[in-house]
Unconditional design. Structure first.
Length: 109
């Protein structure tokens, strides 16, 4: 890819990321509203922000929550636990029930 094309891409995506920040919308909503491919938006957003964070975290406007193993002093279930922003928790996630969990998350979103 030529430098001018790369510069144009950088400019375009910088404008999109700046517009998203100013909008106050969740990332997925902004992408749908502006016909942007979500994973491309995230790629460029991370590229501009840098990926120097020491650990993954939930970013402003993100509709995702951190997945943690175990459960904060409660009886620990085997596998992973997902804690949703509304307080709902799904315990016991593993590779044996991954497809079922994906279907559940799709239904909930």
């Amino acid at each position: 890819m030529e430098n001018s094309q790369l510069d144009q891409l950088n400019t375009y995506w910088m404008q999109q990321v700046t517009a998203w920040k100013a909008s106050g919308l969740p990332q997925t909503t902004f992408c749908k509203k502006h016909d942007l491919i979500y994973h491309r938006f995230i790629y460029w957003k991370l590229k501009f922000e840098g990926t120097s964070q020491s650990s993954p975290s939930v970013t402003q406007g993100s509709e995702f929550v951190k997945v943690l193993p175990g459960g904060f002093g409660f009886q620990q279930a085997s596998g992973l636990t997902i804690n949703f922003p509304n307080g709902m928790t799904v315990d016991g996630l593993s590779d044996t029930n991954f497809d079922l969990v994906c279907q559940l998350i799709k239904r909930l979103s």
